[in-house]
Design a protein around this ligand. Sequence first.
Ligand SMILES: [Zn+2]
Ligand SMILES: [Zn+2]
Length: 138
Amino acid sequence: MVGGSCLCGGIRFEYSRAVTDVGMCHCSLCRKVSGAASNAVIVVPESDFKWLCGEELRQTFVKPTGWSTTFCRTCGNPVPQKLHGAAAYWVPAGALDDDPGLRIGGHIFVGSKASWDEIGGQAPQFEERPIPGASPRR
Ligand SMILES: [Zn+2]
Ligand SMILES: [Zn+2]
């Protein structure tokens, strides 16, 4: 099991299986939510995910476009949220307390990254979302 929690410890969760590596999203919304150059997320099937405590502390903010983020009401830490139209959770990798044994699988929305953002490593970079069959920017 890989466990995770928010900053105040009020919300705790664990999962047994992730179906992606760590995806780094550099879009303007993820930058706001993370307060950093990008958001780091992994996808976990709903059936492999479990809330351990603090479910009632979750609060969700939804933009008029439907884009949403879920966070701890006490400490503001982004926490897992259900993916729209999928039986899976979007899990913020920075909230994990254990080593998920994953690497960065790719960078998305690199076309709108911050001017000061320098992306390292060898993972593929995509202007926006990866399109099946399309080649990465590098
Ligand atoms: Zn918290
Ligand atoms: Zn994003």
